[in-house]
Write a protein that binds this ligand. Structure first.
Ligand code: FDA
Length: 305
C-alpha cells in the first residue's frame, strides 16, 4: 500500500465526522431520498441519466434488510412520480445474501415487483468473489421473471469472460467495470494493463453478441479504447452507455455527453454514508488518494453533481 494511502486509512477514525462528511459529499448525494432525487434532477439537466443506490451492504441481521427494501420501493415510486430519468442499483448483501440466500431472494423479489409496477430497471451490483456465482444465479433466476434486470461483471476476475458468454446467451444487459474489491492473483488480474485487456475482451464479447452494455469506467485509456470499439462495431448510440460514479471524472463525463453518448451516473445515498465511505477506504486504500484530493481541492476545476 502506498504510504500516503496507508496514513489516510489509519488516521480516518480520528478525522471529525463533519469533515469526512464534507469530503464524502462529493461522492454521496446525501442521507435522504429528497436529496438523491435533487441530485438526479441536476444530473438529468446536465444530460446524464442516473442509477440510485441505497447505501448499506453486508448486513449482520436479516431484520436490517427490511429498511432497504422499503427505501428502494420509495425510490422507485419517487422516480416515477417526479419523472426523473433514473433506475436503481442493488447490492444483494444488503438484502442478506451472505446470511440467508432465500431471504435475499424474497426481499429482492419485492424490489423487482416495485420496479415492474413502475416499468423501471434494476441493476444487481457485483460484490466480492465469494458471492460471484450466487449473485449470477440469482440474476439468471430473476431474468426469467422480469427482463428488465441487469448484472455487473468485473473485468479483473479471470472468470468474467466465460461469465460474459453465459450472460450473452440469455440476452442480458451488463455493466462492465474493473472491480473494486481486493481479490487474490489466483482469481483476479493484478496488473493494470492486464485488467484493461480483460476489460476490452469482455466488452467486445458482449457488444459483438449484441448485448446492451454499461461501460463503467473513468479510465481515459479505456474510454478511448471503448470509443474505438464502438466505432469499429458500427454501434448506434442506443446500444451502449457509459457509466461513472457521482463526483468522479466530471470533465471526461461532460466530453462524452457533449459528443452525444448516453451516460449514467451512479448516485449513492442514505444514512449509511459514513460506514460506506470508511469501508470503501479500508477495502481499497487506493481510493484514499482520491479522498485526499477531495480534501485539498474540494472545488477543483470540476463542479456540479
Ligand atoms: P481507475 O481505477 O484506473 O480510475 C481512473 C481514474 O478515475 C483515476 O485515476 C481517478 O482519477 C478516477 N477515479 C476512479 N475511481 C475514483 C473514485 N472512487 N473517486 C475519485 N476518483 C476516482 N465495482 C464492483 O466491484 N462492483 C460493482 O458493481 C461496481 N459498480 C460500479 C458502477 C459504476 C457506475 C462505476 C463507475 C464503477 C463501479 N464499480 C464497481 C467500481 C469499479 O470496479 C472501479 O473500481 C472504479 O470504477 C475505478 O476503476 P476505473 O475503471 O474508473 O479506473
Amino acid at each position: 500500500m502506498n504510504p500516503l494511502n496507508r496514513l489516510v486509512v489509519r488516521t480516518l477514525p480520528l478525522v471529525p465526522r463533519p469533515l469526512v462528511r464534507s469530503i464524502a459529499s462529493r461522492y454521496v448525494a446525501g442521507e435522504t431520498l429528497d436529496e438523491a432525487i435533487a441530485t438526479v434532477r441536476a444530473l438529468n439537466a446536465d444530460r446524464c441519466m442516473a442509477t440510485l443506490d441505497v447505501l448499506g451492504e453486508d448486513v449482520t441481521r436479516l431484520d436490517e434488510t427490511e429498511a432497504t427494501v422499503i427505501e428502494y420501493q420509495r425510490a422507485l415510486a419517487a422516480i416515477a412520480a417526479q419523472g426523473v430519468d433514473s433506475n436503481i442499483s442493488v447490492k444483494l448483501s444488503a438484502l442478506g445474501l451472505k446470511l440467508d440466500p432465500d431471504h435475499c431472494r424474497h426481499q429482492f423479489a419485492r424490489i423487482v415487483e416495485a420496479a415492474r409496477a413502475h416499468g423501471n430497471f434494476v441493476r444487481i451490483d457485483m460484490e466480492d468473489s465469494p458471492v460471484t456465482e450466487l449473485t449470477l444465479q440469482i440474476y439468471f433466476e430473476f431474468l426469467k421473471k422480469y427482463e428488465r434486470v441487469g448484472i455487473v461483471l468485473q473485468a479483473y476476475l479471470r472468470r468474467s469472460l466465460e461469465d460474459g458468454r453465459r450472460v450473452a446467451q440469455v440476452g442480458g444487459n451488463v455493466r462492465v467495470c474493473k472491480g473494486i474489491y481486493v481479490e487474490p492473483a489466483s482469481i483476479a488480474f493484478q496488473d493494470r494493463e492486464e485488467i484493461r485487456d480483460g476489460y476490452m475482451r469482455l466488452l467486445e464479447a458482449l457488444l459483438a453478441a449484441g448485448r446492451y452494455v454499461g461501460i463503467a469506467t473513468h479510465d481515459p485509456v479505456l474510454v478511448e479504447r471503448a470509443l474505438a470499439l464502438v466505432a469499429r462495431l458500427k454501434l448506434t448510440r442506443d446500444q451502449y452507455e457509459f457509466q461513472m460514479l457521482l463526483g468522479v471524472a466530471r470533465t471526461l463525463r461532460r466530453r462524452l455527453t457533449s459528443e452525444g453518448h448516453r451516460l449514467r451516473v451512479y448516485v449513492p445515498y442514505g444514512e449509511a454514508w459514513y460506514a460506506y465511505s470508511v469501508r470503501r477506504l479500508k477495502e481499497n486504500p487506493a481510493i484514499a488518494g482520491h479522498v485526499l484530493k477531495g480534501l485539498f481541492a474540494p472545488g477543483s476545476s470540476e463542479t456540479g453533481p
